[in-house]
Design a protein around this ligand. Structure first.
Ligand code: UD1
Length: 369
């Protein structure tokens, strides 16, 4: 008898640390076959391949090589190319992660061909439809058969949208499985020390959201406040490709390198980033995932956004919404330096075993229904 086939689709950097624990847990199940599909949304070695190596994800079984493009073009490429693969061999389920363009594109290709769709990290809402990810989240959830939720707000949001409770499960946060699994190895790497920094002797910056980097005026005021802060606490800033382009176009790279104590790096690997977060005095970021990771690590996180789809990180964790106003950033920075920052509490089901719970739900979906 042929085993039910489960496709795991990932394409962009924040997908890979979510896919890894699910792939591992599914691969221990004799009764299932898995196929790893890489959409190619992220393609540079330091945005993709290095994550597969460090997180021990096998080489993708299918690579769609969709690449960059406008939202329409990128989504369409993935949709068309994944559909062609589904027509060659149809899985029992397609599992998609997070909220990137690869997530909605693969889910849409699958659902139209009658393939069951599982969304890992379902139900998150920023309530800001100007964010491309918010559109991806809403659409993906609306066509998914199984909605696997990482934090309690996901349950509330899906219920408020009228999603039937049988489709929803609170499974916890799979990304925390990767963090817990790699923390020791990341510590052994001693990446901050190799850059010349002591534990808690530096801050980490990450920035890539269009709302912060695509407007030259906003980007300039952020660069200035980073330079100012860095005179008190040196900053390490691994630069995302989108941000690198924006800094160069706005003529700000040189200012960032010369005015303060900011160490600019190319994108760092999963373990390097974990090593940097773990030992930082604080993190300044607009990343969704990093709000969760700093909460788990107990490191203060100044979230440079007006809203978050991960409210538990602000309610119980170490993240605070600071926005991108320089004065608010300065104030929050002073609060951290003066020890006025919450320590954070553990979050329910962010325990390192979410991948196992996800695998159990997927197995039950494809074998019992
Ligand atoms: C995407 C996700 C975002 C996620 C982020 C993490 C969407 C809508 N956005 O944003 O939610 O937080 O990934 O990184 O899916 N580029 C490279 N090399 C690469 C990939 C991209 O140079 O390997 C450059 C290209 O110039 C590209 C730009 O980065 O045009 C943006 O890439 P894209 O995938 O469109 O969006 P991200 O900003 O990475």
């Amino acid at each position: 008898m042929t085993k039910p086939l489960v496709d795991l689709v990932a394409g962009a950097r924040p997908n890979f640390m979510k896919l890894a624990p699910v792939a591992r847990a599914l691969d221990t199940r004799e009764g299932l076959e898995t196929r790893i599909v890489h959409t190619g949304q992220h393609y540079d070695r330091d945005m993709s391949e290095v994550f597969f190596e460090e997180l021990r994800i096998r080489v993708p079984d299918i690579h769609l090589e969709a690449g960059s493009g406008t939202h329409g073009a990128q989504t369409a490429q993935i949709l068309q190319k994944y559909e062609a693969e589904l027509l060659k061999r149809k899985p029992a389920a397609t599992v998609v992660f997070g909220d990137v363009n690869s997530t909605i594109a693969a889910a849409l290709a699958a659902v139209k061909l009658g393939v069951k769709v599982v969304h890992v990290e379902a139900g998150l809402r920023s309530f800001d439809r100007a964010m491309p990810e918010e559109i991806n989240r809403i659409l993906t959830d609306s066509i998914s058969d199984l909605l696997l939720v990482s934090e309690p707000s996901g349950l509330t949001n899906l219920r408020a949208e009228g999603v039937s409770p049988e489709r929803i499960r609170l499974v916890g946060n799979v990304m925390i499985d990767s963090l817990k699994g790699e923390l020791e190895r990341a510590g052994e790497l001693g990446f901050p020390r190799r850059l010349g920094f002591e534990e808690r002797g530096y801050g980490l910056v990450t920035l890539h959201r269009p709302s912060n980097v695509d407007h030259p005026g906003v980007l300039e005021s952020l660069v200035d406040v980073f330079c100012e802060i860095s005179m008190e606490l040196p900053l390490v800033f691994p630069v995302h490709p989108r941000t690198k382009g924006a800094l160069e176009r706005a003529g700000l790279t040189q200012r960032l390198q010369s005015r303060g104590k900011v160490t600019l790096l190319d994108p760092v690997s999963y373990r390097e980033n974990l090593s940097l977060m773990k030992d930082a005095r604080l993190v300044l970021t607009d990343s969704g995932g990093i709000q969760e990771e700093t909460t788990c690590l107990g490191v203060p996180c100044l979230t440079l956004r007006a809203n978050t789809e991960r409210p538990v990180t602000a309610e119980k964790g170490t993240s605070r919404l600071v926005g991108n106003d320089p004065e608010a950033i300065r104030r929050a920075f002073s609060d951290v330096m003066a020890g006025r920052w919450p320590e954070g509490r553990p979050i329910e089901l962010w325990d390192g075993h979410a991948g196992e719970r996800v695998a159990r739900e997927i197995e039950s979906l494809v074998t019992h229904r």
